[in-house]
Design a binder for this molecule. Structure first.
Ligand code: ACO
Ligand code: ZN
Length: 572
């Protein structure tokens, strides 16, 4: 469709043909980010407006609808460090670019660590909430004690404080699935102001149609109920990055720079820019050692790298000592290879968990700097919204592997600050694409909370979450909280009771996340002056079905972890 008489330049917008998830043609509006010519043919790098940046791609001219071509408006042009212009779709943050500059100009082996821009912390009060009690202390998301003491029935709507994550969730819900949970405005006169200790919090209104039932989920047949599957989006958000500050984008970091990575038996197609040395970005395939994550430019280099070092055991042949010449020869080989060859068959650090074929290795970003930096470089290929820094010292990396006779193969990881003033128990989390959507993400998340349990703390992932991160956390939180609620036993025929603090203590999920999950699931109801968590049949059945499918679980008995007190000086 491209007309050779029209020059399509960076910043132009026009519909571009792509296949949607159902493999049907669609023509979303896209922006041209770059133009190149290969073998006499032009190629255009496009960002689909309102789609996640991982879908950006090089397209041929026949996929462009020139009839609707919009040229860049002068004032809309955005200066970049290259003097090029363009829109500002999702892009890595400023520190990524910094690290790129440093990388390209100086040390290719000094990349980055995963950490986001700081997000303002929300203050919330402590919250005793019962499945069937009058709260004594104000609840951020719920009416205060004075209101609660009223015996009125408020079965329909009320205003609630919505933590940031919940706002993102609702945004996500409404974008991904028009039929998902609806945020129905409360009915006039039935609103109740939230006692959320802050006037700048967004107020959302929920309507709850169910009549209160017991927390273990006995729902009388035929009653109106909230469909559990209703509110859970089945697709990730396709909009751009969660970070709104686009003032530091540049044309380089906005585009994927690595075409393909070979890692063990997998070939990975990166989703985003990663600051690998520039000379490696022209390669059709970048080869990584799957054990130490070192990057090399060819298969030959990788094979040389992977040649096993001769060890003392190799110097004996089935118990027999080799001839002197042989052993001297092998010793020389050993010395020659010592500096450059890789003898790892697992990540460095300590194996702190093993069950079946799944292991977790704890890696100190200070002690294993090169590995940690290589891990961050690889992770950046799939993480767009995280700021990267060079200094891996303040982080621990928990790498999950799957074992086979060839070694411990990396499946995913999360990083964690040694000390977090914001209760973050995860900085960045990643399942490598070949392993995604098989439950490993939730396994990583579960592991992060098991660590928090051993530390005796509650934790939360660092914000902002990516679209896929949000889906995974929301699913984990929902299942974890529902597991607790459904295990509650009633005493003396009374409805079982639990406070939000208790849920938080048992699960190590930070209170704000417990509240946002209860709100997301639309479980909290206010009835006769009491807060009641109502589990509908649909919720219970949906949960049971989901748990049957959740085969991968952490077994706390297999965790051997002693937390360190990183606040003591000199520890890291
Ligand atoms: N489309 C729809 N749903 C998805 C998708 C997808 N592409 N990917 C995951 N989900 C849902 C799953 O359906 C599942 O929910 P369910 O069990 O209720 O159905 C839930 O998310 C978790 O699925 P898992 O298989 O356990 O997770 P996975 O191994 O795919 O890993 C992760 C999830 C880590 C977020 C992965 O997608 C990833 O690495 N993404 C790229 C990096 C990223 O965005 N990381 C999070 C950033 S936020 C932070 O770092 C704190
Ligand atoms: Zn190696």
């Amino acid at each position: 469709m491209a007309d050779s008489s029209v020059e399509i330049v960076e910043g132009c917008r026009l519909p571009v043909l792509r296949k949607n998830q159902e493999n049907e043609d669609e023509w979303p509006l896209a922006e041209i980010l770059s133009v190149k010519e290969t073998i006499g043919r032009k190629l255009y790098y496009v960002h689909y407006i309102d789609f996640n940046k991982r879908l950006d791609e090089w397209v041929t001219p026949d996929r462009l609808d020139l009839k609707k071509l919009q040229f860049p408006k002068k004032e809309a042009k955005t200066p970049t460090k290259n003097g090029l212009s363009g829109s500002r779709p999702s892009s890595p943050e400023r520190d990524v670019r910094k690290s790129l500059e440093l990388n390209v100009q100086s040390q290719p082996s000094a990349p980055s660590r995963g950490k986001t821009l700081p997000t303002p912390k929300r203050k919330t009060e402590s919250v005793p909430l019962a499945t069937q009690v009058s709260p004594a202390t104000p609840v951020p998301s719920l009416p205060g004690p004075a209101e609660a003491s009223q015996a009125s029935v408020y079965p329909a709507g009320r205003e609630t404080f919505t933590p940031k994550s919940t706002r993102e969730e609702h945004e996500l819900t409404s974008i991904t699935n028009g039929t998902t949970r609806r945020l129905i405005p409360s009915q006039p006169g039935r609103k109740r102001k939230a006692n959320c200790g802050g006037t700048d919090e967004i107020i959302k209104v929920f309507q709850y149609n169910n009549s209160p039932r017991c927390a273990t989920g006995c729902l009388p047949p035929g009653e109106d109920s909230q469909d559990s599957s209703d509110g859970i989006p089945s697709a990730p958000r396709m909009t751009g990055s969660l970070v709104s500050d686009r003032s530091h984008d540049d044309i380089v970091t906005r585009m994927k720079n690595i075409d393909c990575i070979e890692l063990g038996r997998h070939r990975l197609k990166p989703w985003y820019f990663s600051p690998y040395p520039q000379e490696l970005t022209t390669l059709p395939i970048l080869y990584l050692c799957e054990f130490c994550l070192k990057y090399v430019k060819s298969l030959k280099c990788l094979q040389r790298h992977l040649v096993r070092m001769v060890t003392s055991t190799d110097l004996t042949n089935s118990g027999k000592v080799l001839h002197l010449e042989d052993s001297v020869h092998q010793f020389v080989v050993y010395l020659l290879f010592f500096q450059t060859k890789c003898n790892l068959r697992h990540p460095p650090g300590n194996e702190i968990y093993r069950k079946g074929t799944i292991s977790f290795f704890e890696i100190d970003g200070r002690k294993n700097k090169s590995y940690s930096q290589n891990l961050c470089l690889l992770a950046k290929c799939f993480l767009d919204h995280k700021t990267l820094y060079y200094d891996t010292d303040p982080f621990l990396f928990y790498v999950m592997t799957e074992y086979d006779p060839k070694g411990f193969h990396i499946v995913g990881y999360f990083s964690k600050e040694k000390e977090s003033t914001e209760d973050y128990n995860v900085a960045c989390i990643l399942t490598l694409p070949p392993y995604q959507r098989r439950g490993y993400g939730k396994l990583l998340i579960e592991f992060s909370y098991e660590l928090s349990k051993v530390e005796g703390k509650t934790g939360t992932p660092e914000k902002p979450l990516s679209d896929l991160g949000l889906l995974s956390y929301r699913s984990y939180w929902s299942q974890t909280i529902l597991e607790i609620l459904m295990d509650l036993k009633s005493e003396n025929g009374e409805r079982p009771q639990i406070t939000i603090n208790e849920i938080s203590e048992i699960t190590s999920v930070k209170k704000e996340d417990v509240i946002s999950t209860l709100q997301y699931l639309n479980l909290i109801n206010y009835y006769k002056g009491q807060y009641i968590l109502t589990l509908s049949e649909d919720i219970v059945e949906g949960h049971e079905r989901a748990m049957q499918k959740r085969h991968l679980r952490i077994d706390p008995k297999c965790l051997h972890f002693t937390p360190k007190d990183w606040s003591k000086r000199g520890k890291w």
